[in-house]
Write a protein that binds this ligand. Structure first.
Ligand SMILES: Cc1cc2nc3c(=O)[nH]c(=O)nc-3n(C[C@H](O)[C@H](O)[C@H](O)COP(=O)(O)OP(=O)(O)OC[C@H]3O[C@@H](n4cnc5c(N)ncnc54)[C@H](O)[C@@H]3O)c2cc1C
Length: 320
């Protein structure tokens, strides 16, 4: 991705150059007459081997390449899945796939080191609807600037930062906004709710010392069932619970897995990690701002409420 001179306007502004943002930007810019601008807060690290080598994912946690959000107090976890290019053996991501595509798209501009602090909203005189007309961007040197969107602002800032950006812009639960001195423009109590996250249980296991170096990375992965989970939804959920259908569909079907087991090793020590991840957790949490527009960098309050649904805790316990 490139760090470049910012235009004063674009037809479409995509906030966030992650997986979703780059896919949307790529498809939109197939129309040659449309100007697409992607604003990505992170710096261009596409050639960093730590990012390209999927085995090194855990070494990124807590670094500058990680937003370093922490959940409010509860079981701590790190979600992880790996998509690997079968030819190179390197991580396959939207980032490296779309970088090459961008070369042939003069109407697509991707700017890194550009953090969107706020969506600019205004009332349409004709429809009386609230319209997103642009964004306020902060560059790496702290300079603030506004960019107009003549068609749309597309939010793709990820599961944690999209609700944060909406709330900082005045869209969200008015009580939460008022707590942080933000004037509600659209009162929408659903913003930041229904957060769904996978928890992962990991158990380090010592291995017998051996000659040579262990091959690092995922050694085995299996999607499994306990065999006795079919009635768990009926036991814990009311017949009218909207999740019951999905839950039954997984837990009653012998062809479907309720968890994923893996064994992973690291090169430096004689330890293997045994891990269990529930496939479809039912617990729902929330993510909300922890301060107002005067401190847009403050970390949001992330509360996944892991194991708040009794199905999750019983299923995980049985798998363990
Ligand atoms: C450790 C880990 C490893 C993973 N490995 C894989 C894998 O190998 N394969 C796989 O398929 N999935 C993997 N996933 C899941 C995958 O990363 C997500 O499903 C996917 O990235 C979600 O895409 P997204 O576009 O919604 O969010 P993201 O990809 O997170 O993109 C959001 C982007 O918005 C930017 N942003 C946020 N706020 C702002 C702002 N205010 N202004 C400007 N930019 C902003 C962020 O920097 C980020 O680049 C992994 C997840 C984790 C946590």
């Amino acid at each position: 991705m490139e760090s470049a001179h910012l235009p004063s306007s674009a037809n479409y502004i995509v906030v966030g150059g992650g997986t979703a943002g780059l896919v949307v930007a790529s498809r939109l810019s197939e129309i040659p007459t449309v100007q697409v601008l992607v604003l990505e807060a992170g710096l261009d690290k596409t050639s960093d081997p730590q990012l390209q080598n999927p085995v090194l994912w855990s070494s990124l946690c807590g670094t500058d390449l990680d937003w370093q959000f922490k959940t409010v107090s509860q079981v701590s976890t790190r979600p992880y899945t790996a998509t690997i290019d079968p030819e190179s053996g390197l991580r396959s991501s939207a980032d490296n796939q779309y970088r090459s595509l961008k070369k042939n798209r003069p109407n697509l501009q991707i700017v890194t080191g550009a953090t969107v602090d706020r969506i600019l909203l205004s009332n349409d005189a004709v429809s009386h609807e609230v319209l997103a007309t642009g964004v306020q961007v902060r560059l790496a040197d702290g300079k603030l600037t506004e960019i107009k969107a003549t068609k749309e602002v597309i939010l793709a800032a990820g599961a944690f930062q999209t609700p944060k950006l909406l709330e900082l812009s005045g869209i969200g639960n008015k009580t939460i906004l008022a707590r942080h001195g933000i004037t509600p423009i659209i009162d929408n109590p659903g913003v930041g709710e229904n957060l769904q996250n996978h928890s992962m249980y990991v158990q380090p296991v010592g291995l017998k010392p051996q000659e040579g170096t262990l091959t690092a990375g995922l050694q085995a992965l299996a999607f499994v069932r306990t065999g006795d989970e079919a009635d768990l939804a009926a036991k814990h959920l009311s017949p009218t619970d909207p999740e019951k259908v999905t839950c039954d569909d997984i837990l009653r079907n012998p062809e479907k897995a309720s968890a994923n087991f893996f064994v992973s090793t690291r090169p430096t020590n004689n330890v293997a990690i045994l891990g269990v991840i529930q496939c479809h957790p039912l617990s729902r949490g929330s993510i909300h701002i922890s301060s107002g527009t005067d401190d847009p960098d403050s970390k949001p309050e992330v509360d996944p409420r892991f194991y708040s649904n009794p199905v999750d805790i019983e299923l995980m316990t049985r798998h363990l």
